[in-house]
Design a protein around this ligand. Structure first.
Ligand SMILES: Nc1nc2c(ncn2[C@@H]2O[C@H](COP(=O)(O)OP(=O)(O)OP(=O)(O)O)[C@@H](O)[C@H]2O)c(=O)[nH]1
Ligand SMILES: [Mg+2]
Length: 349
């Protein structure tokens, strides 16, 4: 993977994408992804009112995108409460990168981090004692642990594994859990399962795309064509050999469109006049990437995200400056109009 990831700036309804390999090339072709329906707003309020009774927060992250799957709203809600960041689905992520993320997250104040997978149930069960160790003052008393995170990262699956029985409903689509559920799991630990929550404003559009590619955004809030092209770009820049192997390609074309067409032809996604059904081809790429068909991969590293965060902050500051300038111009136009009208009135008198 390249040291930096492609970077995009959201405008009103489009995204300007940028990549360090092509610093002068600005492509305008993606829509911004936002998904914060009413039930998430409700879930957020519910969490806010339950949190004072919670001892430890377990935030479940997707090990393939630990940066984009971290919900800034939870950070704000939890305040100084100890937080165990669990990198779930690590069987689908790159092992070395997972180690880098655990080390990175562990260095933060009041935070511990562990990678888990449903292949390693004893590993999941050890989370119970890690959570208890984070609140030594609760020794001998019940420790209440809230399990929270964005949709479809594996919160309910984790709870079932910790409980040793299927208590919480799970499923491979976002927004399966609809309300909070208390699950006592023995050893003086009570878990709270919560609905997956996004946050109202995903400022970094690349994060929106990665979340959509890996299944945390409801299908109705995204276009497969859009995220398919984004996935094609990410994969061809950073994992071209995986594409070649999976889709038996001689070379990986530079253009995302050509790549999607090649994948479509290989998989027989042909429509009228032998043209490739791009929507079907995009769905194939996204679904296979999501389910691990293109191998274990992690789309973010602590280092690459440092750069992306900086660029997002710069883009947001630039946008705020543009908004201020636009505002100032509107105010000036309004004042000039008023002044001209007053002068005209004085002139008539
Ligand atoms: N490969 C893999 N899949 C997992 C793992 N953990 C969970 N999953 C799958 O991820 C999907 C989502 O799991 P859930 O536990 O329902 O996720 P959730 O975070 O509770 O989702 P919402 O309630 O919708 O927010 C399911 O298909 C699980 O089987 C894991 O460690 N590895
Ligand atoms: Mg759930």
């Amino acid at each position: 993977m390249s040291a930096h990831w492609g970077f995009a700036v959201a405008t009103k309804d489009r995204i300007l994408t940028w990549h360090p390999a092509h610093p002068n090339k600005t492509v305008v072709d993606f829509m911004a992804i936002q998904w914060f329906p009413g039930h998430m707003h409700k879930a957020r309020l519910e969490m806010q009112s339950t949190l004072p009774k919670v001892d430890v927060l377990i935030e479940v992250l997707d090990a393939r995108i630990p940066y984009s799957s971290e919900n800034p709203m939870l950070e704000e809600l939890r305040g100084n409460k100890p937080c165990l960041k669990v990198l779930a689905k690590s069987d689908l992520a790159d092992e070395q990168r997972t180690r880098e993320w655990v080390e990175f997250l562990d260095q933060q104040d009041n935070i511990r981090s562990k990678a888990v997978t449903t292949d390693d149930i004893p590993g999941i069960r050890r989370l119970k004692s890690v959570a208890s160790q984070m609140v030594p003052h609760r020794q001998g008393r019940t420790v209440t642990v809230m399990v929270a995170g964005i949709p479809n990262v594996g919160k309910s699956t984790l709870i079932n594994a910790l409980a040793g029985r299927k208590i919480a409903k799970t499923g491979n689509t976002p927004a399966v859990t609809k309300q909070q559920q208390r699950v006592p799991i023995g050893d003086s630990v009570t878990l709270l399962d919560t609905p997956g929550v996004m946050w109202p404003n995903v400022e970094n559009p690349n994060s929106g795309y990665r979340l959509a590619i890996l299944g945390s955004i409801k299908e109705t809030a995204m276009d497969y064509a859009d995220i398919g092209f984004f996935a094609a770009r990410c994969m061809s820049e950073d994992f071209p050999e995986r594409l070649q192997e999976r889709y038996e390609l001689d070379t990986v074309p530079e253009s995302e469109l050509a790549l999607i067409e090649n994948i479509g032809r290989k998989r027989g996604c042909l429509g009228k006049n032998n043209t490739v059904d791009l929507d079907r081809a995009c769905r194939i790429l996204v679904t296979e990437l999501r389910s691990g068909g293109l191998g274990r991969l992690t789309l973010e590293t602590p280092e690459s995200m440092k750069h992306e965060k900086k660029r997002t902050a710069i883009a947001m500051a630039e946008k705020a400056e543009r908004d201020r300038e636009k505002d100032a111009k509107r105010k000036k136009r309004f004042r000039d109009k008023q002044r001209a009208a007053r002068k005209a009135r004085e002139h008539r008198r």
